[in-house]
Ligand binder design. Structure first.
Ligand SMILES: [Zn+2]
Length: 760
């Protein structure tokens, strides 16, 4: 589902700078968490593992699994699950399929037509087959273009163009004196997760929502369109879920519990994640006549797309009829779960997953990532035959129902929440993967670990380590000399924080399991996302055509899983985490200050008459109202929490140095069981039972998807979102809560440090 968000994270995060340090916390020869001797053994096993994944196998898996459409509820969805299970069994893994029963709407009636204000036009809502592409003609099996979990509706109203349909766009509309109340809005894809667009539209009184793919974002403005090139053709449509997943993901009828046969279910009317207004996605061929029939103001600069016409906002005279009706069925999802029992600590689980369902044929999304998981499992099967005995239990998961709403992974993680909270060490996810740079996002207690692993993976194009290539890429992209200096001197490259958009969400944000998401990208642009053209033909012509990056992904994922499963001491580290939390707090302070400054400045300009003097009487702008300047927030509880965290991270680092001295014999001792237990707890401690304000499903207090951004993360969300929405009292209250979470985390790390310091 999640297509290359990490790029945005790389570009926009971490404006503030951390003190530069060079910090080598272990004997450089030894892996983090390993004695010298066990490190040598581990490296040998990993070398063997990394030699196994094969591009030919990856190609064959993809060709087989993408042969026909396999969305939830189809025969092929189940056949693919059974096929994957058979593979895991062939590799020697203990495998079963777990079924959940979820609400899954599919389209029954879809109408978009221009009924007034221009020549009568009926939208095609259909992606045509392409002669060169052999699976694009499987029309009878293709899921029609739609947005899952749109409410049923039949509305006719004047149209308004709302740019990306995010909150800032509505602020601008308000300045222009344009209301969407009682109107149908048309928004373009991108700049938020798609489910945000109908949500914000409905909050502003709109009664319907169209979302179109503008060629500016992923069509001919970017490059040659399919089949001549990789980009979205004129009739290509992005399907996708519009459920309000920032509220809770998974089955809309069973929030917080597994959607088993007899689970207590909400009525459909009670499910708060279904949209409030009907919504449909359309191609730019279908959007153009509608947009061309808009009059009114010319759209501001940043609102103009690539259609080679004057973009106007409306409302009207274009009047649109939009009708959406779905079959609201309960459908089965099939999660494939495969285990390798741990030899000495079977109660500690390392979990690796990727989804198998797709919107249509889904070669890139999700099979490019699932491929790697299968090759990792095959490699582990080979190693087991050769005598490798992982200490901890390894669980491979091929999830179903990710596309409509992270269904399979969320229901599984809810159903097994108690076991996961007791046993899960970490969850490693992948999804879409292509060609280019290795993106790693995740829990910062694993930042050092993930850096270490990426130094051992070879980039297929440059033969540099993927770590080195990433570092040089970041230097090339850096916006300031301070940032370049940090990249050169800080021991570890920063990893982005996880928002949502793929199957890690329930593990990290609901169950508090340390998580990572990995995938290659950056040289694999295209516009086939969630269309019938995301298929084997497209992938083998325009993405990782020889599957060498697929092999590198299997090497990276496999190495991470092995290294976590075999470690003497779990390779968590808190220096990077502590420093990252400090950068978040700096950002929050700057954000609060900026909000104060902006309000003060605007009030002054209102008083000076700036707005009334500069408005064009022929195209007037509404003068904003005077706002109360907020009182200062009290950040002391967060600062104190961060300070305690820094001290505990330092104590842990010192204890680790002591334990790893002289070959690290202390690391191999049985007395570390208690330390490992505390390390596993360290991510759980960042959650609270009450969860976030107004969305209790999300329990993590450091990472959450933004309530108004969807995929992209909001760090320290309770505080950040309160500041953004100018809820100052709520912000002050949240600072106290998160401050306490950091204090508790610090106490746990100190206790782990004390136990580690006396390990023998
Ligand atoms: Zn996906």
């Amino acid at each position: 589902m999640n297509r290359r968000l990490a790029v945005a994270v790389l570009l926009f995060s971490f404006v503030s700078l951390a003190p530069v340090r060079t910090n080598v916390i272990a004997d450089e020869q030894s892996l983090l968490g390993y004695s010298a001797e066990s490190s040598r053994t581990e490296r040998q096993w990993e070398e063997k593992m990394r030699a196994i994944p094969s591009p030919e196998k990856l190609r064959a898996y993809m060709e087989h699994l993408a042969a026909r459409p396999h969305n939830v509820g189809t025969a092929l969805d189940k056949e693919n699950a059974v096929w994957i299970a058979t593979k895991f069994k062939e590799f020697g893994l203990d495998t079963h399929i777990e079924q959940f029963d979820v609400l899954y709407p599919t389209p029954k009636e879809r109408v978009v037509e221009l009924v007034e204000g221009g020549a009568k036009f009926v939208a095609k809502l259909q992606e045509p087959a392409v002669a060169q592409d052999p699976t694009s003609n499987q029309q009878s099996e293709q899921l029609p273009t739609y947005n899952a979990y749109s409410i049923d509706g039949d509305v006719t109203a004047p149209l308004v163009y709302v740019n990306y349909g995010i909150p800032e766009d509505y602020e601008q509309l308000e300045r222009m004196g344009i209301s969407v109340k009682g109107k149908i809005v048309i928004a373009r894809y991108y700049h938020s997760w798609r489910g945000i667009k109908p949500k914000v539209a409905a909050e502003h009184g709109a009664i319907g929502c169209l979302i179109f793919s503008d060629p500016h974002e992923d069509g001919f403005v970017q490059g040659e369109t399919f089949p001549a090139g990789a980009w979205r053709p004129k009739d290509g449509v992005q399907r996708g879920s519009v459920a309000d997943m920032p509220l809770y993901p998974g089955d809309p009828l069973t929030p917080g519990v597994g959607a088993t046969k007899n689970a207590k279910r909400l009525k459909i009317e009670e499910a708060t994640t279904i949209t409030k207004i009907p919504v449909l996605p359309i191609s730019y061929a279908d959007a153009q006549p509608l947009l061309a029939a808009l009059a009114g103001r010319v759209a501001p600069d940043g609102w103009r797309g690539g259609l080679g016409m004057t973009y106007r906002i409306g409302p009207g005279p274009a009047k649109v009829h939009l009708k959406v009706k779905s079959n609201w069925d309960i459908k089965p999802v099939y999660d494939v779960i495969a285990k390798i029992p741990g030899s000495s600590v079977p109660d500690e689980w390392v979990i690796r997953g990727n989804h198998h369902d797709a919107w249509v044929n889904g070669a890139e999304d999700p099979l490019s990532g699932l491929d790697a998981v299968l090759e990792e499992a095959r490699a582990f099967g080979e190693l087991l035959k050769q005598g490798w005995k992982p200490k901890r239990t390894i669980i491979f998961c091929a999830w179903d129902g990710e596309e409509p709403g992270l269904l399979g992974s969320t229901e599984w993680a809810e159903e097994h929440a108690d076991e996961l909270r007791a046993h899960a060490v970490a969850y490693i996810n992948s999804d879409v993967s292509g060609r280019g740079y290795l993106d790693i996002e995740g829990s910062h207690s694993l930042e050092k670990f993930s850096n270490e692993v990426s130094r051992d993976i070879v980039d297929p194009e440059t033969k540099l380590s993927v770590w080195k290539r990433n570092q040089l890429h970041e230097i090339a992209e850096a916006k300031s000399s301070e940032r370049r200096q940090e990249i050169r001197q800080r021991g570890d490259l920063r990893i982005g924080a996880l928002g949502s958009g793929s199957d890690f969400s329930a593990f990290l944000q609901h169950d508090g399991v340390a998580s990572m998401n990995i995938g290659f990208g950056g040289e694999d642009g295209g516009g086939i996302y969630h269309s019938i053209y995301d298929d084997f033909y497209w992938y083998t012509h325009f993405s990782d055509t020889d599957f060498v990056y697929g092999r590198a992904l299997a090497q990276a994922g496999g190495s991470m899983v092995m290294r976590l499963a075999d470690a003497d001491l779990l390779p968590f580290e808190f220096g990077d985490f502590s420093e990252t939390v400090q950068t978040y707090i700096k950002e929050l302070k700057a954000l609060a200050q900026k909000s104060r400054d902006d309000i003060t400045e605007r009030n002054r300009e209102i008083e000076e008459g700036v707005f009334s003097a500069t408005t064009d009487p022929k195209e007037p702008l509404v003068v904003p109202g005077v706002e109360t300047v907020p009182t200062f927030l009290n950040f002391a509880p967060l600062d104190n929490g961060a300070d305690a965290l820094a001290r505990s991270a330092d104590a842990y680092r010192k204890a680790y140095e002591l334990a790893s001295a002289n070959g690290g014999a202390a690391l191999a001792s049985a007395s570390l069981a208690e330390v490992n237990r505390l390390l596993i707890e360290s991510e759980r401690k960042l959650t609270t039972p009450e969860g976030l304000p107004n969305r209790p499903w999300y329990k993590h207090q450091i990472y959450a998807p933004g309530f108004y951004t969807g995929y992209s993360v909001k760090t320290i969300p309770a505080v950040r979102e309160a500041i953004e929405s100018k809820e100052w009292k709520q912000a002050d209250a949240a600072i106290v809560i998160v401050g306490q979470v950091l204090q508790d985390e610090a106490a746990l790390i100190s206790s782990a440090a004390a136990k580690l310091a006396v390990a023998k």
